[in-house]
Each structure stands twice: as structure tokens, then as C-alpha cells.
Design a protein around this ligand. Structure first.
Ligand code: RBZ
Ligand code: NIO
Length: 351
């Protein structure tokens, strides 16, 4: 049902050999070498090909959450739309980093409470806000599939327009409550370990947030049997569409740069639905949000950056972009040393 284009491992030896023949110490470019290999597996039709990043796009998925009315965030739902206005005006952190690092930014309204009449925002609304997850199902199963369908159309449009790299981010007051619940349901990790301070709530609000996530898991216990049901019971419209975007990107053979905690939860859902998606995901950073470290470990992800970011919006993914360009450029442009024994190419660093 979820078709993923398998990445190509046939040139692995040739690509590794090329990396190890560069004029550098063996393994010395660390994670940049891993990224180059990963991109080559996705992009190469022949071992002589060069890597390329073309028209990278940052997709910021926005939505509101019924659970935001229950004191789980520093803000209320109006802030989601205020931030969207900020994105359109170009004044948010994500605007600055996208401008700086050559990413096109597109904002997608997946279902906000205060709909804005802004032509710059893509309308993929699945509703006004999800239902409070500790009281009822966030959305129907049909809505999850509708979200996947919409996300796929969006991804297809960008790929047909020439993009070969996507990044995902999000905005949605209350969405780390939903994301924590989805993480707990998909991993079995205790709620307290999946639930942190999100936008920066105090101790009392954190206790409340954990109780709400606990209650949501108890309420839906019998229905949390597969990732789609988990998303329907506990998810958010933006989380669903991020999951759908990653599934679609893997189907079309394009990598996705994943941002922080909430985006990584969507990545986990996508990987649970179609394990082959994992080879298309590049994890940008480990956020300061409690739970992200464990989540990344579950995904066997070793992100490039540890900057103590805790923003979301796609900020960490945008900040990782220059490193992705460096991975591509070292692979394409560095000179090769003659006479190095390629059979030793699995070595990891001289020291
Ligand atoms: C002004 C403001 C700007 C943001 N930009 C990203 N987030 C981040 O915080 C929210 C998730 O945290 P929580 O679950 O605690 O609400 C999301 O909107 C996320 O993108 C923001 C949050 C706020 C308040
Ligand atoms: O890491 C994240 O993605 C994050 C952190 C805080 C708030 N919202 C998102």
C-alpha cells in the first residue's frame, strides 16, 4: 500500500572507495561521508555520477490542537495563526534561516482554528483543529488518509517543479502533547519519558501535560493497534501531513531533512508504516526537548547538529542545509589520491 522506491546499494563499494580516495584522512569527514553515501544511494544511476541538491524546499505544516485548551503550552491556538502571518511577512526564525541557506519556504495550513485569507499559504485543511486527544479521537481514519493524499500531491508538485530535496517543519500550539502521545503509543516508552516542556511550560503544566497524555493513551488503548489508528486517535493534522510527505518523498525517490521532536515523531510513524522510508531521512539535529534523544535512538538516527534548539518550525533542518551542501561538494570536488588500496575502504578514520 505504501510503495517506497528502494535506494540503490549496488554502487556502495564504488562510492565508499571514491570517498576514501579523497585527499584526506580516511573517515575524517565523519557524518558528511555518511550523508554523501546516503544521497548517492538515492540519486545515482551510475557510480560516476555527481551528487546534486536542486531547488531544496522547506515545507512547514501548520495546524491547531483541541488539547491546547487544557493548559499544555505556553501559548494558545491564536498564536499558530499569528506565527503563520509572521512566516508570510518573512519575520520568523525559519524565514531567516531559509533565506540564508537557499531554501524555498512553503507554509501549508493543514487545519488551523483561525483561518487566514492569505494567498501565500497553501490550503490543505483537514478541519479547524483536532479534537482533544484525552477526550475523543483527534480525527477519523478517513481524515488521516485524506491528509496523506494531500501531502502526496504537494510533494509531487515540488518534485515535478525540479526539487530533489525536501525539508519538513511544523507550527501548531499544543502539538508536542500530541507528538508525545504518538511517540509513547508507537514505541511503548513510558509517557513521562516521551513528554517534555515543548514550548517551555513550567513544572505544574508539565505534570498536567503528562497526565493528559497518560489519559489519552488509556482512553484509546484498544485502538492503538497500527500507526494509522495511532495518528487518528492521538495525532494532529500537521503531524499526519508530515508523515504523508515523508511517505510520498520515499515513493518518488527524494530525501527529506527532518527537523526536531514533532517532525521526528512524524518520521517514526512513516517508518513504522513503510520501513524503507528510513533510507530517505536525514535527521538534522537533536533538539533540547526531552524525549527527542530517545526517539532518535529508536530511529537509529545520529543527527548532524546538537545546538540545544527547541523551536520547531523547521529551524534545525534549515540550519543543517550548509552541511548537506558541504557533503555534496566534498564528494564532487575534492581531488583523489592515486594508488590508495580501495579494498581497505571500510576503515573509519586514521586515529
Ligand atoms: C510563539 C511561538 C512560536 C513558535 N514557533 C515554533 N513553536 C513550537 O512550539 C509549538 C509546540 O510546543 P507546545 O506543544 O508547547 O505548544 C509548535 O508550534 C512548535 O512549532 C512555537 C511556539 C510558540 C508559542
Ligand atoms: O524540537 C522540536 O521540534 C520542538 C521543540 C519545542 C517546541 N516545538 C517543537
Amino acid at each position: 500500500m505504501y510503495s517506497v522506491t528502494p535506494v540503490n546499494h549496488a554502487f556502495d563499494d564504488a562510492i565508499k572507495s571514491r570517498i576514501h580516495h579523497k585527499t584526506k584522512l580516511r573517515g575524517s569527514l565523519g557524518k558528511l561521508e555518511e550523508v554523501a553515501l546516503k544521497l548517492a544511494r538515492i540519486q545515482f544511476k551510475s557510480p560516476e555520477d555527481k551528487l546534486a541538491i536542486k531547488k531544496p524546499v522547506m515545507l512547514v505544516f501548520a495546524a491547531d490542537h483541541g488539547v491546547a485548551d487544557f493548559g499544555v503550552s505556553v501559548g494558545d491556538s491564536e498564536l499558530t495563526s499569528e506565527m503563520i502571518e509572521n512566516f508570510v511577512k518573512g519575520g520568523a526564525a525559519i524565514n531567516v534561516f531559509c533565506r540564508q541557506n537557499g531554501l524555498e519556504l512553503e507554509v501549508i495550513d493543514c487545519g488551523t482554528r483561525h483561518q487566514l485569507a492569505l494567498p501565500q499559504v497553501v490550503n490543505q485543511r483537514l478541519g479547524d483543529a483536532t479534537k482533544p486527544i484525552h477526550q475523543e479521537e483527534a480525527m477519523s481514519i478517513e481524515t488521516v488518509f485524506e491528509g496523506f493524499r494531500m501531502a502526496k500531491e504537494l510533494v509531487k508538485r515540488h518534485i515535478y517543479n525540479g526539487s530533489n530535496m525536501l525539508a519538513v517543519g511544523e507550527i501548531g500550539i499544543g502539538n508536542t502533547t500530541s507528538a508525545s502521545a504518538v511517540m509513547a503509543a508507537l514505541t511503548g516508552i513510558p509517557v513521562a519519558e516521551c513528554t517534555g516542556r515543548g514550548s517551555g511550560i513550567d513544572e505544574e503544566a508539565l505534570k498536567r501535560k503528562r497526565m493528559i497524555v497518560e489519559r489519552a493513551l488509556q482512553l484509546h488503548y484498544a485502538n492503538l493497534t497500527d500507526p494509522v489508528r495511532v495518528l487518528a486517535c492521538l495525532g494532529g493534522y500537521e503531524i499526519v501531513q508530515m508523515t504523508g510527505a515523508m511517505l510520498a518523498a520515499a515513493e518518488f525517490g527524494v530525501p527529506v531533512v527532518v527537523d526536531g521532536f514533532t517532525s521526528s515523531v512524524a518520521a517514526l510513524a512513516a517508518v513504522k508504516l513503510a520501513p524503507g522510508v528510513r533510507e530517505y531521512l536525514i535527521f538534522a539535529h537533536q533538539s533540547a526537548v526531552y524525549g527527542h534523544k530517545q526517539l532518535l535512538a529508536r530511529l537509529d538516527a545520529h543527527p548532524m547538529l546538537h545546538l540545544n534548539l527547541r523551536l520547531g518550525e523547521g529551524s534545525g533542518a534549515a540550519l543543517a542545509m550548509p552541511l548537506l551542501h558541504s557533503a555534496v561538494n566534498f564528494y564532487n570536488e575534492m581531488a583523489a589520491v592515486d594508488g590508495v588500496d580501495a579494498s581497505n575502504s571500510n576503515g573509519t578514520g586514521a586515529n
